[in-house]
Design a protein around this ligand. Structure first.
Ligand code: UT7
Length: 345
């Protein structure tokens, strides 16, 4: 029986206290690389302008990892920060779930490389691929392991080095993405605050809207595939935009419905940080006030699986969210995939 959807509760707090188990987020952390790439820098690379990027997306700058800095490095830094804030040692971690579309290499999993870097040698680990929706998928999967009594402490990380798969000659995409990582420690803490519900969805019929063709079994790396620039991501921006707005509002409404919560009860809405116009459209369709929406995409662009993880850490660290506040996270990405989560912080 699902801990979150089996029963209707008037009081959402009761939802996650199920048979003596509860999934609490005991710490969050994030890391972004030092190097800043501004819109002015991009004007020198492709035929674009700060005016176009700002007005069409809201993005002003993004971070770029160093040549010798990989997804595992950024993921490990975010994880260590979350563990420190949670007061959890590496030995306590039972499971590492890494959401990413830019693993260090196809195998072994980057979760295992992070395990080595943070010294969590007791932990199991795997990579999760749900594109920009990966962090919410990871929270839900981590919660299931905790509520089923399989594990007590799960590390969920979203980390990306998107600069490694962006086509720096394609102005349609290269202005949008950035590098970074965010992490959360999930723990069984009965009668504590935590994850109230998580919604996940997918529609593979629209897989062609956002993809990277090269590097898998269908199109392994060859001189031809590299010359044809197949190892870069491609996106149908307009269609992706429309699907994002639709899927995010539906997922968010479903998450609120499951918790019997009105949007006015939510202190902070953390949407996937892809485009300010998507954030505004989703907020409007949810009936949210602009001040409920958390936005940091002007600083980081779209960091895919890391996006809402970094934003959650910033919302908490900046004091925007206090213990006891209700948070709604809502995401959308390639797959297509989408998700939403309600957390009592
Ligand atoms: O994280 C996964 C989810 N991702 C998303 O949700 C992203 C969704 N899509 C979007 O955010 C937007 O569709 C974009 C920001 C990607 C594009 O904005 P748009 O308003 O949909 O523009 P468009 O693609 O319709 O392009 C409009 C024009 C085109 O020129 P023409 O054909 O009208 O002459 C583009 O070639 O803007 C042109 N354009 C640019 N111009 C200057 C596209 N990229 C650029 C650019 N600089 N960087």
């Amino acid at each position: 029986m699902s801990p979150t959807s089996s029963k209707k509760f008037k009081n959402p707090r009761a939802k996650y206290n199920f048979q003596g188990r509860s999934c609490s987020i005991s710490g969050v952390g994030s890391y972004v690389p030092e190097r800043i790439l501004t819109n002015a820098d991009l004007e020198k690379l492709v035929d674009t302008t700060d005016e176009w990027i700002t007005s069409r997306t809201g993005i002003k700058e993004r971070r770029q990892a160093a040549k010798d800095e990989f997804t595992s490095d950024m993921g490990a830094r975010a994880a260590l920060s979350a563990m420190q804030k949670a007061g959890v040692t590496a030995e306590q971690i039972d499971l590492i779930i890494l959401a990413t579309i830019t693993p260090d290499m196809p195998f072994p999993s980057t979760a295992c490389l992070i395990q080595r870097k943070i010294g969590a040698h007791r932990a199991a680990g795997f990579d999760l691929e749900a594109a920009c929706s990966g962090f919410i998928y990871g929270l839900e999967i981590g919660q299931q392991f905790i509520m089923s009594r399989t594990y007590d402490t799960v590390l969920v990380i979203g980390a990306e080095k998107l600069s490694s798969i962006v086509d720096w000659k394609d102005r349609n995409t290269c202005v949008l993405f950035g590098d970074g990582a965010g992490a959360a420690v999930l723990q069984n803490r009965p009668n504590s605050h935590g994850l109230l519900t998580a919604v996940m969805g997918a529609d593979g019929r629209k897989a062609d809207l956002l993809f990277m063709a090269g590097g898998g079994s269908r199109c392994p790396a060859t001189a031809e595939s590299v010359a044809a620039r197949q190892h870069y991501l491609r996106m149908e921006g307009k269609e992706t935009f429309k699907n994002a707005v639709q899927a995010m509002q539906t997922a968010a409404k479903e998450a609120l419905r499951r918790c019997e919560l009105d949007i006015s009860r939510i202190k902070c809405i953390i949407p996937h940080q892809a485009n300010q116009r998507i954030v505004d459209a989703v907020g409007e369709r949810l009936g949210a006030k602009p001040e409920q929406l958390f936005v940091n995409l002007h600083k980081y662009g779209n960091t895919s699986a890391a996006s809402v993880a970094i934003a959650l850490d910033e919302a908490v660290t900046s004091g925007r969210v206090q213990r006891g506040d209700l948070i709604l996270m809502v995401v959308f990405g390639a797959g297509l995939t989408w998700g939403a989560a309600v957390i009592e912080w």
